[in-house]
Design a protein around this ligand. Structure first.
Ligand code: ADP
Ligand code: GLC
Length: 484
């Protein structure tokens, strides 16, 4: 569908691949805008200029302008860079402020709420500098909730922003961006506190949910789970209060990037009709991580942020059994970084089982595709999972997922058809699922192939989901129109 007068969408995110990616938020930031652009939206991505952008990133240009951003501590100056999402015409603008964003890491600083509060205000200032008036704000996770908050409060007094609606997407409710009330002085916002906020506290995630016209999360199951006390991380009552405006839309994959038939990062390309092409990737993978190049042995893999969320506490025991041959011969590969407790667990087990297991502790964008293409099974036993892209990429590459049936994992993996799923958050349940998988793998080659093919056939493109966002955009714009 194309629109006569394209709707202008201000897309704010802390991550967009390839410019910044810690996890799935980066994948979504780098791909959803392309799908929206293809539908006729004038969508523009705004994100901070992190260290790698300041240091010089291919295709990113400095903009000859200076932003004077008003804050409670006076005018703070910022600059900007610009680029496009690779393979598209989607503009990307980077807000540059050396002391706030030119740091070693993307997150993890005491002043993160202030850094992103500044980013939000500066993004509005940049739209003014480039004389581009958005019709809609689409903000992602707590980092950009300050923009939703400002827009719904101070922003409504501003003629340029009066009537501008917002959509707020929750990628992970566990990270809420809590800080103190001074941040509202800094942002020049006057507002009341929320029930979810302790005295003197600001909770940006709660603010995004409270102030946005329309809220969504990244799978239908997670949308339901977060309205319960168990899954609501303290915000379930607020989410139930807003449930008429709360939706679940499954993430899609960027098919330009994640396609085993064209992916140049692989040792060899293949598709559903040439699955034997995976063999070359298996060998290349085994060589790359230093495991013996045994042809028929099942290779199990994990690629993940090493965070409590990912269910790593139930992995230790099954991995011990697997490495000791209780499910027959097997190899295990993990790629991940995060909590040192999990990094050490994997590194130690790998050093003990050198001939069967490899642990690559770090972030390695180039190795990930080879693992998806060369492994047979992909583990995601998450405690909770808003959507999860790993299992979708794995299916697309013919690696059969073994997942805990929660959130987006429950919505994307069909037990016995495209993968193996289990319910209990326990080592036993995970071990049983691993045994079921290795049993099929070892005894029923045809059945295994069928499962691989089912996964590869499933449609995880953005096409359908982007239409979901179109609907949300229309609702948000309509709500503001009725309000006048
Ligand atoms: P989350 O966003 O919670 O981290 P997702 O499954 O949605 O989980 O997305 C994870 C993304 O990050 C996938 O694209 C995965 O391939 C990638 N990824 C995670 N850890 C690493 C790593 N250590 N090296 C390379 N890619 C990684
Ligand atoms: C978050 C979630 C993950 C989701 C991603 C992109 O990082 O943990 O499940 O896929 O956001 O929406």
């Amino acid at each position: 569908m194309t629109m006569a007068e394209p709707v202008r969408v201000l897309f704010l995110t802390a991550e967009a691949a390839p410019f910044a990616k810690i996890g799935g938020l980066g994948d979504v930031g780098g791909s959803l805008p392309k799908a929206l652009h293809a539908m006729g939206y004038d969508v523009r991505v705004f994100m901070p200029a992190y260290h790698n952008i300041e240091a010089g990133f291919p295709g990113v240009e400095s903009m000859p302008l200076q932003l004077n951003v008003p804050t409670g501590s006076g005018i703070v100056q910022a600059g900007a860079f610009e680029s496009r999402l690779p393979g598209s015409d989607v503009p990307v603008y980077f807000i540059a402020q050396q002391s706030l964003f030119n740091r070693e890491n993307i997150y993890g600083y005491w002043d993160d709420p202030y850094r992103f509060a500044f980013f939000s205000k500066a993004a509005f200032a940049l739209t003014e500098s480039i004389d581009w008036r958005p019709d809609l704000l689409h903000a992602h996770d707590w980092h950009t909730a300050p923009a939703v908050t400002w827009l719904a409060t101070a922003g409504q007094a501003h003629p340029r922003y009066h009537g501008l609606g917002s959509v707020f997407t929750i990628h992970n409710l566990a990270h809420q961006g809590k800080t103190n009330w001074n941040v509202f002085d800094y942002m020049q916002i006057f507002t009341h506190s929320l029930t979810e906020e302790a005295y003197g506290e600001v909770n940006f995630m709660a603010r995004g949910i409270y102030h946005a016209n329309i809220i969504n999360t990244v799978s239908p199951s997670y949308a339901r789970e977060i309205m319960t006390r168990e899954g609501g991380v303290g915000l379930d009552a607020l989410l139930r209060y807003r449930q008429g405006d709360l939706h679940g839309i499954l993430n899609g994959l960027d098919y330009d990037i994640w396609n085993p038939a064209t992916d140049k990062r692989l040792a060899g390309n293949y598709d559903i009709n040439s699955l034997e092409g995976r063999a070359e990737n298996r060998l290349a993978l085994q060589a790359a991580v230093g495991l013996p190049q045994i042809p028929d042995i099942p290779i199990l893999a994990i690629i993940s942020r090493l965070d409590w969320q990912k269910g790593l506490d139930i992995v230790g025991h099954p991995l011990h059994l697997l490495m000791n041959g209780y499910a027959g011969p097997a190899q295990f590969i993990v790629l991940g970084t995060g909590n040192p407790q999990y990094e050490n667990m994997f590194a130690q087990m790998a050093s003990y089982h050198k001939d069967k297991m490899a642990a690559y502790i770090g972030y390695h964008a180039g190795l990930a595709p080879l693992i998806y293409a060369g492994s047979d099974m992909f583990l995601m036993p998450s405690v909770f999972e808003p959507c999860g892209l790993g299992q979708m990429i794995a299916m697309r590459y013919g690696s059969v997922p073994i997942v805990r049936a929660t959130g987006g994992l429950a919505d994307t993996v069909q037990d016995g058809i495209t993968g193996f799923s289990f319910y209990d958050l326990s080592s036993d349940a995970l071990w049983h699922a691993i045994q079921r998988a290795t049993y099929v793998y070892n005894t029923d080659k045809e059945g295994w192939r069928r499962m691989q093919a089912n996964g590869m056939k499933a449609d995880f493109s953005w096409q359908q989901s982007a239409q979901g966002y179109q609907q949300l955009y229309e609702w948000a714009i309509a709500q503001m129109r009725y309000r006048g």
